[in-house]
Design a binder for this molecule. Structure first.
Ligand code: FAD
Length: 462
């Protein structure tokens, strides 16, 4: 009897346990349901939709090459899937497990909506180890990264990756499907996605090509990962987020590299597991501060209406007058990605220099990142803003100009802030006012911003 594979952020053929199990059990009906309402504030952002379109297109071709296809439907996922199960007589819906609260809810609703003859089978494999499975001695999930990471390293490696299924049988007839183009995931007028298309190759093959390239470069990661002018990070984040590649595939490909680069890299991939453990425990974490501050006195936004809106816009558009911040924000806008060091600098600038509530930043990154991830984004924003479960970062205020020099961002600034391209290394990080041309002066001085932030912090913590 037919087997439905419910695709979400697991858009690959190999090491896809739900597909693998379905293919062994009967004819396979792969389905992607575009359910834009369920996630509320975290409905797909603009850049995510662009990636999703291309990733589905690429996966559709892979299924096509196996004489199969992806059925595309729109609407409330549990209802759509229950109806499809009725329509096709499917006896099981196979799906990878996801930890965003709206997906956990959808899984519960789906179980309730399915008739007696259809089961829902969930599989692990989008994380190194199943979130929630690595616990303290007393059986509780970890809240803090460092002990979590130590416990993970004791349990790793992850299981060996599965191959693609041998045969994928088709059902007797194919259910109707939407056309991908009708979902309007791509922008038209204006088409702002050109920079994203130039910067990325989408889909499972592209993910493996990048991993292949990365096996030679990972040795340099320990030193190179902080240098935004260089291409010394894996740039696998959107591929991992959309499940075009699994972390187990990444791990097993690199595990024999004995370099310090690999050891540091492994810890970053563990961060990705960590953030899922956090949202599994605290589903509202990306929208609610964990620590108890008086946020009415901490942030400027509640009382300063239009000023905040203007400041937020300068930050979003990359017009703060701090070249490293503006280069980062413009890289984000153009390519859908930003270097990790600069993500931190820009986030810190918003919450500390501008004293704007971290949730505005979280939402902007959410809309612009091709790797926008509920756990990774929310957890990193709360980490930078010092409102999260881990040690208090609020008083650690990053100095953007020092960071820019220290991590040698001159070439990066020249690329993304072309109006400064003619300046030499000595002054590009902080150009004198008479050499800025059309480029804006600094919105606020670093010393003044730092003092204002510390004062706001002091008055909000008791
Ligand atoms: P690499 O340095 O090559 O790291 C390898 C992989 O490890 C990444 O692909 C990613 O999956 C994971 N990883 C690395 N750093 C982190 C981290 N700090 N937290 C969680 N996972 C990590 N990452 C996202 O994937 N989605 C987001 O929405 C996101 N939002 C962020 C917001 C802020 C404010 C900050 C400071 C960081 C955010 N990150 C996010 C984490 C990190 O910046 C990106 O994962 C990284 O820059 C992606 O580039 P890469 O693949 O070259 O990373």
């Amino acid at each position: 009897s037919p087997q439905i594979v419910w695709l979400r952020r697991d858009l690959r053929m190999a090491d896809q346990p739900a597909l693998y199990a379905a293919a062994q059990a009967g004819p396979v009906i792969p389905v992607y349901v575009f359910d834009q309402d369920r996630a509320g504030d975290h409905a797909y952002g603009g850049a995510s939709k662009v990636w999703l379109h291309h990733s589905l297109e690429s996966l559709g071709k892979s299924y096509g090459a196996r004489n199969s296809r992806i059925v595309l439907r729109r609407g409330d996922a549990p209802q759509v899937l229950a109806a499809l199960a009725d329509e096709t007589g499917a006896t099981c819906i196979h799906a990878m497990r996801h930890y965003e609260p709206w997906w956990k809810e959808a899984e519960d609703e789906l179980r309730d909506a399915l008739g007696e003859d259809t089961k829902l089978c969930l599989y692990d494999g989008n994380y190194l180890l199943p979130p929630g499975s690595v616990t303290t001695g007393s059986g509780d999930p970890y809240k803090i990264y460092t002990p979590f990471s130590k416990a993970m390293l004791e349990r790793l490696p992850p299981r060996d990756p599965l191959p693609e299924p041998g045969t994928i049988h088709s059902p007797d007839g194919w259910p109707e499907s939407d056309e991908l183009a009708d979902w309007d995931l791509l922008p038209t007028k204006p088409d702002w996605a050109g920079g994203i298309r130039d910067f990325w190759d989408f889909g499972e093959d592209a993910a493996h090509d990048r991993l292949e390239w990365w096996t030679d470069v990972v040795a340099e990661y320990d030193e190179g990962r902080n240098l935004p002018s260089e291409d010394i990070t894996s740039r696998l984040s959107p591929h991992l987020h959309w499940g075009e590649i699994s972390p187990a595939q990444v791990w097993h490909k690199l595990k024999d590299k004995r370099s310090d680069g690999w050891k540091t890299y492994a810890k970053e991939v563990i961060w990705r597991d960590y953030t899922q453990n956090v949202i599994d425990q605290f589903p509202d974490y990306p929208t609610q501060s964990y620590r108890d501050y008086d946020e009415r006195t901490l942030w400027r936004n509640p009382n300063a209406g239009h000023l905040i809106a203007q400041d937020l816009e300068c930050w979003q558009k990359g017009m703060t007058g701090y070249p490293i911040v503006d280069a980062g924000m413009r890289q984000l806008w153009q390519t859908g990605w930003m270097h990790n060091r600069v993500r931190m600098i820009c986030a810190s600038f918003l919450v500390k220099h501008l004293l704007i509530d971290w949730r505005f930043g979280e939402q902007w990154y959410w809309d612009c990142l091709v790797d926008a991830d509920y756990g990774n984004n929310g957890v990193n924003w709360q980490w930078i803003s010092g409102t999260g479960v881990d040690s208090n970062m609020f008083v650690r205020i990053m100095a953007p100009l020092t960071q820019s020099e220290k991590f040698d961002a001159a070439a990066y600034i020249r690329e993304y802030v072309p109006e400064l391209a003619d300046l030499d290394d000595a002054c590009i990080h902080d150009p004198p006012d008479d050499r800025r041309g059309d480029y804006p002066v600094k919105m606020i001085g670093h010393k003044e911003a730092r003092e204002r932030a510390l004062e706001a912090y002091r008055s909000s913590k008791d």
